[in-house]
Design a binder for this molecule. Sequence first.
Ligand SMILES: Cc1ncc(COP(=O)(O)O)c(C=O)c1O
Length: 415
Amino acid sequence: MSEQVSLKGAPAFDAERIRADFPILDQQVNGHPLVYLDNAATTQKPEAVIQAIVDYYRHDNSNVHRGAHALAERATEKFENARSKVAAFINAAESRQVIWTKGTTEGLNLVAATWGRTNLKPGDRVLVSGMEHHSNIVPWQMVAAEKGATVEAIPVDATGTIDMDAYAAMLDERVKMVSCGHVSNAFGTINPIQDIIRLAHEAGALCMIDGAQGISHWAVDVQALDCDFYVFSAHKLFGPTGLGVLYGKVELLECMPPYQGGGEMIESVSFAGTTYNQLPYKFEAGTPDIAGVIALGAAVDYVNSYDRVAAAAHEQALLAYAEDKARATPGLKLVGTAANKTAVMSFLLEGAHPHDVGMLLDQQGVAVRTGNHCAQPIMDQYGIPGTVRASFSIYNTFADVDRLFEALTKVRQFL
Ligand SMILES: Cc1ncc(COP(=O)(O)O)c(C=O)c1O
C-alpha cells in the first residue's frame, strides 16, 4: 500500500452499504447485473454528488465572483467553499494553491506550458517514468521541442516497478523537472514518490506528481510529500468529469505566467497593457465549471465520511482475492506484478486479443478496460498491444470478483 499508510488492523469495511450510495450500479447490462470494474478510467458518482449538481442548477445557478445579487453570492460562496475543502483534503497550506482545471491532463499541460516555457533551456532534461500516461509525456515533449530540452524515461522493470538506482543515476544539474505518476494507471504500481521527490530536490530539480490514480485510495498530504505540483481529476474521486485540481507551491505559481487569457484572470485590461489577477484566479480564465466544483466539494465530503484506511484495506483484499484466482486460471498472465499496488489487475488471456476479451466480458455485464491504457511506451517495452484491466473501488465486492472469473471462464471456453 502507500508509503504513508499502514493497513494492519484496519477496521472492516461495509462495501455493500457503500454500494447503495451509487445508484448507477443497480442496473442490468446485456441482461446481467452490472459489475463495474473500470474504476481506474472513471469512478461512479454517489447520490450526494449527483444531488449537488441538481441542487446547484435548481437553486443557485449564477456566475461566480461578479454578480451583485443573492444567487451569485450563494454560488460564489459554495464555489470557494469547495476550494477550501479540497485544500484541506490534500493538506495544502492555503486554498489559493488549489487551481481548477479541466482535469489531470490540463493540469500537466498548464505546468508544462507555463513553468516549462519560462524555465526550460536548450540542453535541459525532463524525466518522466517509462510507464507514464500519455498526458504526462506529450505536454513535456511539446515544450521540450520548443525549448531544445529533452524528455527522458526513467527505466521500469518487467514487473512495472521504477528502477530507483537508474533514476538516481540519471539525475544531474541539467534535470530541471521530474514528473511522475503517483500510481500507474496501467498496472496499479504505487511509485515511491516520497523518495522520487526527495532525490529530485537533492539534484536541484522540481517534482510534479500526477495523482490521477492516487487521490482516491488514501490521504494525500502535499506538504508532507513536499511535491512542487500535484494534479488530479475530480472524476476519479467520485466527482464529475471535466474538472481537475492543480496544486502548486505558492512561490512557483506566483512566478509562472498565466495559461490562458480572458475574464477572471485579469486585474485590469487596457490597450496600453494588462495586469493579471492574483492566485488562484490568474490561472482560471473564463467561467469555470461551477456545478462541477461544488459537486467535487460534495465528493470530498463523501470520501471524508467513510474510513479511508478501512476502504484501502478492502480494496487490497479484493486485489489479493482476484490475483489468487488469476494465478489459478490456466492461460491467464498477470501484467504488472509490483510489490506495491492499488487494486488494479492488468492481464492477458493466452491466444485472445484484449479487446475481444473485453467485449465478451461486457456481454456478460462485466465492465473492464482494454487497450494500452494511454501508456503506449510501456506496452511497447513489454511487446504487447495492451492488456485487459480490471480496477476495483470501494463499492466492489468479492461477489464482483467471482462474477469476473465466472465470465472469464466462459470467455476462455468461447475463444
Ligand atoms: C495516471 C493518469 N494520468 C492522467 C490521466 C488523465 O486524466 P484526465 O483524462 O482526467 O485528464 C489519467 C486518466 O486515466 C491517468 O490515469
